[in-house]
Design a protein around this ligand. Structure first.
Ligand code: UDP
Length: 330
């Protein structure tokens, strides 16, 4: 399949591009390079620099490249910033995505794979999180993703759009050969920050709260390898042939790990101490979030190659230790 990967130079998008190539598909990348990196996309892959809300550009790419399916990873994803600057999030994550969808439909491209998030569930009533739990986001970031999930349902009904929306838990890790990996600027995620603290590239890590109702008092999250996420996306392609299909999947390993367990895993794989200090809770952090991914396993035959934390952290370590500046481009 010829696939337009919007946000294909970003963290999850670039890993998906690799998987597409590995499984015989033909990716074409569109990225505005705000968070994307040229170095994350191999030189033989067509790479368009531009915005997903630019209908002329997107329309041209869809036609010129004979695109059959669009995967959309291009969103702003800093929860805290979404609270202080919600319009930025609604314009990019909602308005620009509406333009992308409108352009697709007007060019007759009706297959769509959407990167959603467990943040659409807010503070869920029970664990693990199944797809049927009520969605009540507690920040604008989660709300923008839920808004698009709802738009997709309407477009499936009205125009026969076929889509799969994946709610990721905590995407983590790097490619097996450590050639691509996580490189956010600013970085806010636990695993890269802990690795950099171990390497003394950053000050000691702040553990945000140790008085949660969890076994060691720190938050529990479901860390899932970025290549496992990518495989689920591609496994959904076969399900999108029937017009009007709408699929939702929660993607995680199903195993909750605490912040302290993550620090312990970084120490094990690196052989270094992670300097840390206890700090106040971070606003908006639910105590625990972990997935029930049995639907994806059953319906997509999704197999998790990294079911446990340590190999995930080891792959992140292999990438970060040699890349003090990520891709060196910004
Ligand atoms: N966390 C932390 N210190 C940090 C960054 C994150 O204690 O410097 C905690 C955070 O409170 C959460 C977990 O690590 O419980 C994962 O946070 P991250 O930002 O990586 O992902 P999120 O769960 O917010 O999507």
């Amino acid at each position: 399949m010829i696939v337009l990967v919007v946000g294909g130079a970003g963290y999850i998008g670039s890993h998906c591009v690799r998987q597409l190539v590995a499984t015989g598909h033909h990716p074409v990348v569109l990225d505005n390079m705000v968070f994307g990196h040229r170095g994350a996309v191999e030189e033989n892959i067509p790479l368009y620099e531009g915005d997903l809300g630019d209908c002329d550009l997107v329309g041209q790419i869809l036609v010129d490249e004979k695109i059959e399916l669009v995967m959309h990873f291009a969103a702003f994803a800093y929860v805290g910033e979404s609270v202080t600057d919600p319009l930025k999030y609604y314009f990019n994550n909602v308005v620009a995505t509406l333009r992308l969808l409108e352009t697709m439909l007007s060019e007759g491209v009706t297959k769509f794979v959407f990167s959603s998030t467990c943040a659409t569930f807010g503070v869920p009533q029970r664990m693990p999180i199944t797809e049927d739990l009520p969605q009540a986001p507690i920040n604008p970031y989660g709300q923008t993703k839920l808004d698009i999930e709802n738009v997709l349902k309407s477009l499936a009904h009205a125009h026969g759009l076929s889509f799969a929306a994946f709610r990721y838990f905590n995407a983590a890790g790097a490619a097996e050969d450590a050639s691509i990996g996580e490189a956010h600027n600013p970085e806010s995620h636990l695993i890269p920050l802990a690795i950099d603290a171990a390497l003394e590239r950053r000050p000691p890590l702040k553990v945000f709260g140790n008085d949660y109702p969890t076994p060691d008092g720190t938050c529990l999250r479901d860390y899932v390898h970025v290549d496992d996420l990518s495989r689920a996306h591609i496994a959904a392609f076969d399900k999108l042939d029937k017009p009007g299909t709408g699929l939702f999947y929660n993607l995680g390993t199903g195993t909750p790990n605490s912040v302290l367990e993550v620090l312990n895993a970084v120490e094990k794989v690196s052989g270094k101490k992670v300097p840390y200090q206890m700090a106040e809770r971070r606003a908006g952090d639910p105590p625990e979030l972990y997935a029930d991914s049995s639907k994806a396993k059953k319906e997509l035959g999704w197999e998790i190659k990294y079911p446990t934390l340590e190999p995930i952290v080891a792959s992140a370590w292999a990438w970060h230790k040699n890349r003090p500046n990520g891709y060196d481009d910004k």
